[in-house]
Design a binder for this molecule. Sequence first.
Ligand code: SF4
Length: 199
Amino acid sequence: MEVSRARDYVYSDSELDQSESKVIEELKAGAMEPLSDPDAWLDEELSQNILLTTADWLINWGRRSSLWPVICFPACCAFEFISVMGPRFDMSRFGMEILRASPRQADVLITAGTLTWKMAPNVRRIYNQMAEPKWVIAMGACGISGGIFRSSYNVVPGYNRIIPVDVYVPGCPPRPEALLHGIQMLQEKIAKRTNIIKE
Ligand code: SF4
């Protein structure tokens, strides 16, 4: 005797087509717009709460923004330096407000004047006593090359004969704007320093 089976799970071809079409139409109806990125909230969260940088950038930013010059005014360029410290040119805008009497608390030496050989050992001693890292700005023709006194027997023909110089600011004397430009050049140089040595 033949046993008949229930056939409720078997579809005809047309039923199968209709069933699939229904599923597809439902999917299409819900797919009119692209789905949003589920991690989109993360961009806003990161931009508000996380600052990405390098240790070098951070160290250099701190150093170039808080340069402390040591007092070293051997001659007449000093008057232009002094005016840079005044309210009109306002050197403190560049983080250099504090002139240090002690070289151990300073990291930049601005050579504001002619250097004689008699003074040279003292200036080199000041430089040697400054904290590392340290920088030198040669201010004025005398600081760069001895200037108009270059051929004199008692004048050092440039500070770079006794200490390393990072930035040269020409003029006799240089205008305050020129010294400020030299300070900014030094800050740009500091910004490129590598402090973290990779092995
Ligand atoms: S460069 Fe000119 S202003 Fe400066 S110390 Fe020499 S002579 Fe004086």
